[in-house]
Design a protein around this ligand. Structure first.
Ligand code: MTE
Ligand code: HPA
Ligand code: MOS
Length: 754
């Protein structure tokens, strides 16, 4: 068998042979769908006249009245119509679908549709929406101790306001879907989603047909970053509806400009806070109010706000805390999941406050962080115990790696001898809770087939999106069965093979799907074990016990007689002949999760991931530009399943976050239109923006709960590290008021307003 590389998709990607949805040639009879997007952010819809648009080559035009069952695609909160019928809620909201033989014709038809509406003033800002009490649900709150009393007793109290901005996902593969009618009412939906289950469930409600008639298939995604966790459902429903009504295959593919104009983004947050502390910088009380800009429909805004609340104290033990949050409805495209899922926005605020404490007390900001760091046995504001000192350990380790005292001295000496160029240091610890905060999502299944040549096929509900989940799943199965990776194929995510799959999100992909695959593979191994003992006796005349069996390199042998072995292939063939089942279904649910939303108390996370970053930047005070000279990261990751992949995730997350904090701007005009809708005006980091040196070390953890084979999740937590750059820039400009993101313009404004 050909030897597979360590990273399964790598060679396919770099040689352009990996397959993505809707990149294949058009199917016979396929219709192209183009969408009429609302040109206004908020309006009363009066009429839509499509007469002039029914040109030759236009198959049909589909609107709300054509929906067979429910004009509703909201999931947790059912507030989002597939097509609005009375009120347009955001600029870019789909109003109609034109089906045509080719895309050009569809576009021409769109221009001839007459839309009549009465414009209403749009709500765009957090402040305006909050003042109007436009919340999806009432205020959420987590409270511990007595904040008001502690604030009164505190030696010092500081108050402030912190802002973080939105962020475009900028996945390389845009939103897309191909819906293909089959026998009866069945539809195959090949779609770029992180959640086969949500697409199936919502589309089945829209069409009024059972879930089993909808086959959802995801080969892989060209990046998602949360932008396809929920936001992909809309396009799949549109394509599914069109294929259902027309009886023909239908394809929807958003252009980059359309995608950036109409899809939701990371939530901007605004927070007001008060912090009480003593002369040593020990925090006594933390009172914070977080508000997010959620956009026109609830989408995942409530869960995202909740995760922000759960991370509002980051890595610090605070005896008295009151953490409140409101997700605000505005007339922007529904903001949605984005790597970190609210945690970065929550963490930014406490880190901002800590920097303020350091400035006030003239103490070192790392020292203040260390004094307040969570230690084994501390309790979070929501009542979950912290069972490890990962926060402190990673802070100490990164300080050692960066030679922190020396670093401070070098920066001070540089700054003393330069007028127009200054350096700064930013420190960014993280404690990130792993598990979906919606407890029921923490479950998953795997299906394994062992074929009679000894090759193995593994399906899980997990979606491969570049995080190399497939490599990790293959690794787990290889480890259990003692076979080479090359003998394992990890399949696409398909609702027929694995149903009811939770989204691949919350960094839990390898924990949930890896564990499900481990359980399925273990079943197979348990069935094969007695047969292996029998076969060894038959073939080689050796009698061994189960405990003496070694499964390794695709061979099974005894600890005593290593020369006498049987191959996994032989064993499987023998099992088949003996009529022993060679398929298995593994089911995993994360144990011990609970949370009482009313009381704000519980155990929402399986475990925490810890780490800390230090960045050193140089800022040109004349241009406002910065260069990250070096970043040190210590990331605590259990027993990493695959350190190279994890290093890739840490690097990618850091860069993505560096972009968020310093480059990526989402200007919106007063009509609610995003103005930067392609790469010419939206700046994401390039390879030249990387730190000149990036020193990542992965630290094993001790003691605490971990997941599959002692590993910990890695996808989102390192996103936090990128914020070290924002704080380093602010440090370089002497702690002045600095906007977010810290673009060159923002830095110049900060420096020039004295
Ligand atoms: N890495 C790549 N290359 N592409 C992605 O889309 N998404 C991130 C992270 N890393 C993403 C990625 C997000 S938002 C999450 S939640 C996790 O991967 C999801 O995958 P996992 O749970 O398997 O880590
Ligand atoms: N992360 C990502 N997606 C989610 C979560 C979460 O914590 N909760 C519900 N959906
Ligand atoms: Mo990730 S934001 O949970 O898809």
């Amino acid at each position: 068998m050909k030897k597979l590389p360590w990273h399964i998709a790598g060679p396919l990607h770099v040689t352009g042979r990996s397959h993505f949805i809707a990149d294949a040639a058009p199917l016979p009879g396929m219709l192209h769908a183009k969408i009429l997007f609302s040109p206004v952010a908020h309006a009363r819809l009066i009429s839509i006249d499509t007469h002039a648009a029914l040109l030759p080559g236009i198959h049909s035009i589909i609107g709300a009245e054509d929906i067979p069952a429910a004009n509703q695609i909201g999931h947790v909160i059912k507030d989002e119509p597939l097509f609005p019928t009375e009120r347009i809620m955001y600029l870019g909201q789909p109003l109609l679908l034109v089906l045509a033989e080719d895309e050009r014709l569809a576009e021409a038809a769109l221009k001839r549709i007459k839309l009549e509406y009465e414009e209403l003033p749009p709500l765009l800002s957090i402040d305006a929406a909050d003042a109007a009490h436009e919340w999806y649900i009432p205020e959420r709150r987590i409270e511990k101790g007595s904040v008001d009393q502690a604030m009164m007793d505190a030696q010092y109290v500081l108050a402030g306001e912190s802002l973080t901005a939105g962020q475009e996902h900028f996945y390389m593969e845009g939103q897309r879907c191909r819906a293909i009618p089959g026998e009866g009412h069945t539809l195959t939906i090949q779609t770029a989603t992180q959640s086969t289950m949500e697409v199936q469930e919502v589309l089945s409600h829209v069409l009024g047909i059972p879930a089993h008639d909808l086959i959802i298939e995801v080969p892989r995604l060209g990046g998602a970053f949360g932008g396809k966790e929920r936001a992909a459902t809309l396009w799949a429903c549109l394509a599914g509806l069109a294929a259902h009504l027309s009886g023909r295959p239908v394809q929807i593919k958003l252009s980059r400009d359309e995608d950036m104009l109409v899809t939701g983004k990371r939530h901007p947050f605004k927070s007001r806070w008060r912090i009480g502390f003593d002369a040593k910088g020990i925090i006594q009380a933390w009172d914070i109010e977080l508000m997010s800009n959620g956009g026109a429909y609830a989408d995942l805004s409530v869960a995202i706000l909740e995760r922000a609340l759960f991370h509002a104290e980051n890595a610090y033990h605070i005896p008295h805390a009151r953490i409140r949050g409101r997700a605000c409805r505005t007339n922007l495209p529904p903001n949605t999941a984005y790597r970190g899922f609210g945690a970065p926005q929550g963490i930014f605020v406490i880190e901002d406050a800590i920097e303020r404490i350091a400035a006030k007390l003239q103490l070192d900001p790392l020292e203040i962080r260390l004094r307040n760091a969570y230690r084994n046995g501390d309790i979070t504001p929501y009542g979950q115990p912290v069972c490890e000192s990962g926060a402190e350990r990673t802070m100490l380790q990164v300080a050692e790696n960066a030679d922190y005292k020396q670093l401070r001295a070098e920066v001070a000496s540089f700054n003393g001898s330069h007028e127009f160029c200054q350096q700064g240091i930013g420190i960014m610890p993280v404690k990130f809770g792993i598990s979906f905060t919606t407890a029921l999502l923490n479950q998953g299944s795997a299906l394994i087939w062992t074929y009679i040549d000894g090759s193995v096929s593994v399906s899980t509900g997990g979606v491969e999106m570049g995080q190399e989940l497939n490599t990790k799943v293959a690794l787990v199965v290889a480890k259990v069965l003692g076979i080479p990776m090359a003998q394992i194929r990890v399949e696409s995510s398909n609702s027929q093979r694995v149903g009811n799959a939770s989204p691949t999100a919350a960094s839990t992909g390898s924990d949930i799907n890896g564990n499900a695959a481990r359980i399925a593979a273990t079943q197979i191994k348990e069935r094969l074990t007695p047969l292996a003992l029998k076969l060894l006796a038959q073939e080689h005349g050796i009698i061994v016990s189960e405990e003496e069996l070694i499964w390794q390199g695709g061979m099974i042998y005894s600890t005593h007689e290593s020369g006498k072995q049987i191959s996994f292939g032989e064993l499987v063939r023998y099992a088949y002949n003996e009529r022993v089942p060679l398929g298995a279904h593994g089911y995993y649910r994360t144990p011990n999760l609970h949370f009482d939303r009313e009381k704000g108390v519980g155990h929402p996370f399986h475990y925490f991931v810890y780490g800390c970053a230090i960045s050193r930047v140089q800022v040109d005070l004349l241009s406002g530009e910065h260069q990250v000279l070096k970043t040190w990261i210590v990331h605590e990751n259990g027993l990493s399943l695959h350190p190279e992949i994890d290093r890739g995730q840490i690097t990618g997350a850091f860069v993505q976050s560096h972009g968020w904090c310093t480059m990526e701007e989402l200007p919106v005009n007063d009509k609610g239109r995003y103005l930067a809708v392609n790469p010419s005006t939206y700046k994401i980091p390039t390879v030249r923006d990387l730190p000149l040196e990036l020193d990542i070390s992965i630290m094993e953890s001790t003691g605490e709960q971990t997941s599959v084979f002692g590993s910990k999740a890695v996808g989102e937590p390192p996103f936090i590290y990128g914020m070290s750059v924002w704080f380093a820039i602010r440090d370089a400009i002497g702690g002045r008021e600095l906007a977010f993101p810290a673009t060159p313009e923002a830095v110049l404004m900060a420096v020039q307003t004295e």
